[in-house]
Design a protein around this ligand. Sequence first.
Ligand SMILES: *Cc1c(COP(=O)(O)O)cnc(C)c1O
Length: 573
Amino acid sequence: MDSKGYIAYFTMEVGLAEAMPTYAGGLGILAGDTVRSAADLEIPMVAVTLLHRRGYFRQRLDAAGTQSEEPVSWPVAELLFEMGPRCTVEIEGRIVALRAWRHQVSGVNGYVVPVYFLDAALPENSEWDRALTDHLYGGDEHYRLCQEIILGIGGVRMLRALGYRDIKRYHMNEGHAALLTLELAYELARQAWELAYEPITQVVTPELVHLIKPLCAFTTHTPVPAGHDKFPVELVHRVLTDYHGAFAGREKEFCPDGVLNLTALALDNSHYINGVAKRHGKVTQQMFQDYKIDSITNGVHAATWAAPPMAGLFDRRIPGWREDNTSLRYALKIPVREIWEAHRQAKRELIARANSVDAAGMDPDVFTIGFARRVTAYKRADLLFVDSARLVDITARSGPFQIIYAGKAHPRDPAGKDIIKHLYQIKEALKGRIRIVYLEDYDIDLARALVAGVDLWLNTPQPPLEASGTSGMKAALNGVPSLSGLDGWWVEGCIEGVTGWSIGQDDGGLENHDRRAADAQSLYNTLETLILPLFNHEEGRYAEVMRNAIALNGSFFNTERMLNQYIAKAYFK
Ligand SMILES: *Cc1c(COP(=O)(O)O)cnc(C)c1O
């Protein structure tokens, strides 16, 4: 495949290992899983990101559930290899030097995909500039714009410095990297200038800009407006000094209304644009009607997310599943007892972990619900407690259950932080009736334990704001069914009573209105009349749902299938 050129994958965050806190949540985990599957599939990919020396943050929760954030430090030089070549970008008239650190991701058969982490912490840079690659999603919009210059413009220059000339596609994982399209146009302009001896301002023609489009693909990840970066044009003028006079000439083109909109820039300059689930593709099409929006549903890296007891079972029963995830379909032939046993082991480990941190008194024999995601208003983490009395009633009638929560709120999301506090209050209020534990500092390691160790994965986003969601896919792979609203991937993954259960009605999901009360009622009814009776009285039938989750959803909602679709639709087309 090398003869076809490289796929350069640009992402602001990437989740590769516990020890490397260079991700905040779903977007970064997806990027990590994408790179892992690219290595498995031997796709000639090279990934570019920022170093994030101080990470996102470590979450601390006090006894009242008040979140505080601590910076993380990690041993960069022990985990990454420093590359020799350097490049520079210009920010506010200053030359900022960049270096790259390499991490190699090896696939099942040893093929390596390099990930380059850009780093501005060099002695020749000013103290302020040195910190530009420290904090993931930290600082203000000025800091963010500087980071995006480093990622997009610095990223392309670093690839050239490292010797990557033959790049077939630039894949922007979200709009953060969209400035790379400017750099690609100016690269062409510089080449034309060298041939024509004309001043550079005169040669960034629409024709040149047009040549960029076939090289770029763009994946948008959220319908939530805050997820689409915008910068006032005055700020852009002050900060993005790299292209001198030439920038002013193109301003009208990509700063309509006095705003640089990174999503618009990426949309304008990509030959292929997609949302991350079928429903999200439709929602995105409605948002951006001037563009053709396709969809490729997200996935997870199967070998990373199958917990050891489940992976062991697959190794025995479905040899080859790690390099052929489709074969997880044959889980249908595994006796349900064996699936139940593998799950029980993952559950015992999780419950022991929960009890060790919180003396929570969790019982491995009791039905366990898991909920873990970024805590923000639209994910409605407290939907389960709209009517706590009803919930207590359900335990009396249909059997006991316990709940494990985890998740960080963004440092500047007070509403998200309040939801965590609210959950702590509920936990106290329900003491002695429903056991609830909130585990601190949700990360890859905790996610792996949670998605495999609970009996039911709960998800309650406010439609249509969940673009995809991937934690439910990780759960499915481990035989853990979802109870989830019909949004994101679950519109595709839910076969009622077969792979899991839905919350609320699917009204097409394109409109955002308050469905809190109705959704809570639906959740209670399904829990009370279907899920708990099945688990408590018909274990074998519950295990069949678990098996279906693996065979129907684990075999499909993985990054192997996802990347094969990117190959067909975006990379080699
Ligand atoms: C999978 C994962 C996410 C994303 O899960 P969603 O279902 O998309 O919310 C976020 N954080 C961590 C640590 C994860 O492992």
